[in-house]
Design a protein around this ligand. Structure first.
Ligand code: LMR
Length: 419
């Protein structure tokens, strides 16, 4: 009786904690990239700068909705369209237009109906679907090789999809550039028919890309070893400001006869971050194979998220399908790339003005959204904790987050920490 009374007097929260199914669930670490934004939001210092996540900001540091996107949205709203489910593989005209943007309008497999494709939940969703598809159906060696370093989410995406993940050399700390010899050596040394992931342009996190000549050589090496290539193209337009130029590697490999897998994102180049708009596609041998691959794409997608979201695909489709809006969008992409490059030069010259003895040449040599500073995790901690400059632990900064208003504080902070 006494025992029963004392049990009922125990505070409810204690009882609940003791009985909860999840009582022993360990706390996970924050996400290496998105966790930086969470920490940034908690900081109350007025000088704080968020250079963690790769999201474009305008000259005043504000999120930027492209005017072409606003115009497309107005059209879509005006049409009073329904909200029905999309097919499992997405909005057909978007799929066609997005594939054309990547492969080029005169691409042979595109013209011949040999590209199996499905709209995806942005680049991450494309990679996950590709990973699941490969894990289930690729008949050879199920190991995927990633560059060292690679985007932090690549490894969990492919491991969770059921693939084994290994690395090839990519970045050379000493030159703060590409270790091309090491890259070729490792790709040659991988067992035949391995899966090789390449960043198509604007490598994340290093901002270091192979030259066109080096891509040609890589295509030969891959062909000799009969490897399967998976291109992650999340930044088409962000490397050079020109979407055709940035598609060079993809188009060269396709022209050389590689049956590539391609993952596209419209998060960066259209600023459709939260709309989750992308494409996963496979270059196949003939229309019959395309149809079979597409049927398996449907079987891969349906149990994960059934079918993709509508609004972002409509926006991208409206822009890509209208000559005038498309031209406007291309100039806006160039505008974003130009502002980023301007900020690279400004940051480098401010560091020089402060008397930094380091060569910050790599900041202007690297391309795309990121600069890889080549600094230690301890130096990153000092930037975050003492100077309120938020960046990822590997020393990557999103140059898209730098503005005329914060570049001086950034340069001074880097100078104080690195010298
Ligand atoms: C990044 O690398 O910052 C972006 O691709 C955003 C993300 O999801 O990690």
């Amino acid at each position: 009786m006494i025992a029963r009374v004392s049990r009922s007097l125990r505070p409810l929260s204690t009882t609940r904690a003791a009985l909860s199914t999840w009582a022993k669930t360990p706390a996970g670490p924050p996400d290496p990239i998105l966790g930086v934004t969470e920490a940034f939001k908690r900081d109350t210092d007025s000088r704080k700068i968020n250079l963690g996540v790769g999201a474009y900001r305008d000259g005043d540091g504000r999120p930027y909705v492209l005017p072409s996107v606003r115009a497309a949205e107005e059209r879509i709203v005006g049409e009073k369209l329904d909200k029905e489910y999309l097919p499992i593989t997405g909005l057909p005209s978007f799929v066609k237009n997005a594939a054309r943007l990547a492969y080029g309008a005169d691409s042979k497999p595109l013209v011949e109906g040999r590209i199996a494709a499905a709209q995806s939940i942005s680049g991450t969703g494309a990679l996950r679907v590709a990973g699941e598809f490969i894990a289930r159906l690729y008949p050879h060696n199920k190991t995927i090789y990633l560059p060292t370093p690679s985007w932090g989410n690549h490894t969990p995406i492919f491991r969770n999809a059921g693939l084994e993940v290994k690395q090839y050399s990519y970045y050379d700390k000493n030159t703060v550039g590409l270790d091309f010899e090491g890259m070729v050596r490792d790709i040659q040394a991988a067992p035949e028919k391995s899966i090789i992931l390449f960043h198509a342009c604007a490598h994340n996190p290093t901002g270091v890309d192979p030259t066109q000549e080096q891509w040609r050589k890589l295509s030969e090496v891959v062909k000799e070893k009969e490897h399967q290539v998976l291109f992650d193209m999340a930044y088409q337009g962000f490397a050079s400001g020109d979407t055709d130029r940035d598609a060079f590697a993809v188009r060269h490999f396709v022209a050389e006869g590689h049956g590539i897998v391609l993952c596209q994102s419209f998060a960066k180049n259209m600023g459709l971050y939260g709309e989750r708009t992308g494409l996963v596609s496979f270059v196949t041998a003939d229309p019959d194979e395309r149809a079979r691959v597409e049927s398996q794409l449907k079987l891969t997608i349906r149990p994960i998220y059934s079918n993709p979201p509508l609004h972002g695909a409509r926006i991208a489709d409206t822009i890509l399908g209208d000559a005038q809006l498309n031209a406007q969008w291309l100039s806006e992409v160039k505008g974003m790339a130009d502002r980023i490059n301007g900020m690279r030069s400004t940051l480098r010259s401010r560091l020089a003005d402060l008397g930094s003895k380091q060569s910050w040449e790599h900041i202007t040599n690297q391309i795309g959204m990121f600069a890889y500073l080549g600094i230690s995790p301890e130096q990153v901690s000092s930037l975050v904790n003492e100077h309120h400059v938020y960046l990822t632990r590997d020393g990557r900064i999103s140059v898209a987050g730098i503005t005329e208003h914060n570049v001086q504080h950034l340069a001074e902070s880097i100078y104080k920490v690195v010298g």
